[in-house]
Design a protein around this ligand. Structure first.
Ligand SMILES: NC(=O)c1ccc[n+]([C@@H]2O[C@H](COP(=O)([O-])OP(=O)(O)OC[C@H]3O[C@@H](n4cnc5c(N)ncnc54)[C@H](O)[C@@H]3O)[C@@H](O)[C@H]2O)c1
Length: 345
């Protein structure tokens, strides 16, 4: 297959590309604007494989997006590119919202034209939009199976779903959508809960927990997510919505305590009370969802997918990855002003 992956320099995109290039008959093209959360080192390493090409530009540059579709001629577009951090979207709502919505709109519209000019192909080009369970808003609110976003980020992702659904129905395009729960794994940018907790602990900084820490999340290992996306690439049925997650719901404070306990074994803190004593409760995030529902995981199960990594062993391997790879995140802390403002670096 010829697959165009947008956001392939990011955390999930990188993991997906790493899987896809292992299939020798695949030809993969990454397009990414190389934003602050992009991992160029990983992308460069992967691009040594001759079935991977990379183009660096913002999808909102319409003429470049159009040329890339026509020149690369993908069988499938997997759209992951987005500014993906809720806190950043609260600090800079217009920037994040406009980036995510406009890039989806430009890509969708250019895909429509590309599709129309390839209508006679035996294999019609397909489009997949990667979304999030956050579009449904908090599971304790009424009508929790409707789009009900609680942050500028989730509003932008819900808007993306509406764009691709509207284009699918009007132009009869073969489009699929997936919504996954929170991902974790190695190479996750240190702004998200799991890496930031590990790093704050290792640096002896206060481990900030929003509110009372009772908000719960369903954590999915990024390699399980990438495998689900690969399955959708191979067998996804046009018009389908795939919900991808696990059944394990864990509160944020419980998760933080588990990380502290794992670190205490790996790198004893030497602090009385251990890493746990660094936990500091701070004001809650505005619009913070209590938990998320993944209403129907049946569709992805029908493609033969189920999660393979449980949280305990997954967390253990990720904690030890961050402890061993401090050069990687130390470098990011030095360079990134956003992380500095958050008290890191
Ligand atoms: N991380 C999670 O837990 C999670 C969960 C569910 C869904 N998702 C979705 O999965 C996708 C990937 O998430 P991630 O965690 O890998 O994010 P990430 O921030 O690590 O990577 C996103 C990548 O997209 C690129 N990008 C952003 N806007 C772009 C634009 N206009 N043009 C070109 N490139 C652009 C960035 O440079 C970055 O490399 C996102 O759409 C996100 O909403 C993430």
């Amino acid at each position: 297959m010829r697959i165009l992956v947008t956001g392939g320099a990011g955390f999930i995109g990188g993991e997906l590309v790493d899987r896809l290039i292992r299939v020798p008959n695949n030809s993969i093209m990454v397009v990414d604007k190389l934003g602050y959360a992009s991992n160029c080192v990983r992308l460069n390493r992967m691009s040594k494989k001759n079935n991977l090409s990379v183009e660096c530009f913002d999808l909102r540059e319409r003429s470049k997006t159009r040329s890339l579709l026509n020149l690369f001629a993908p069988d499938l577009v997997m759209h992951l590119a987005a500014d993906s951090h809720v806190d950043q979207s609260i600090d800079e709502p217009s920037t994040v919202f406009i980036n995510n919505v406009e890039s989806t709109l430009v890509l969708m519209e250019e895909f429509r034209k590309y599709f129309m000019s390839n209508k006679l192909r035996e294999q019609l080009p397909r489009f997949h939009y990667v979304s999030t369970d956050e579009v449904l808003g908090s599971g304790d609110e009424p009508n929790s199976s409707d789009l009900n976003p609680s942050s500028p980020y989730s509003a932008s992702k819900a808007s993306g779903e509406l764009i691709v659904s509207g284009w699918r129905k009007t132009y009869d395009l073969p489009i699929t959508i997936s919504r996954s729960s929170n991902n974790y794994g190695s190479f996750q940018y240190p702004e998200k809960l799991i890496p930031i907790t590990i790093i704050r602990a290792l640096e002896g900084l206060p481990i900030e927990v929003f509110g009372d820490g009772s908000q719960s999340r369903n954590w999915l290992h990024v390699s399980d997510h990438a495998r689900a996306l690969e399955q959708i690439a191979k067998q996804g049925k046009a018009g389908e919505l795939y919900q991808v997650g696990t059944n394990e719901l864990v509160s944020n404070i419980e998760l933080v305590k588990q990380i502290c306990a794992l670190l205490e074994v790996l790198k004893p803190s030497g602090i009385s009370g251990g890493y746990n004593s660094l936990v500091t409760y701070v004001g809650d995030r505005p619009g913070h969802d209590q938990y998320y529902q993944l209403p129907n995981t049946q569709k992805i199960a029908e493609l033969g997918w189920e999660p393979s990594i449980e949280l305990q062993p997954g967390l253990k391997s990720v904690v030890s990855w961050y402890a061993k790879n401090s050069d990687w995140w130390q470098d990011l802390l030095r360079k990134n002003n956003y992380l500095k403002r958050k008290g890191l670096g």
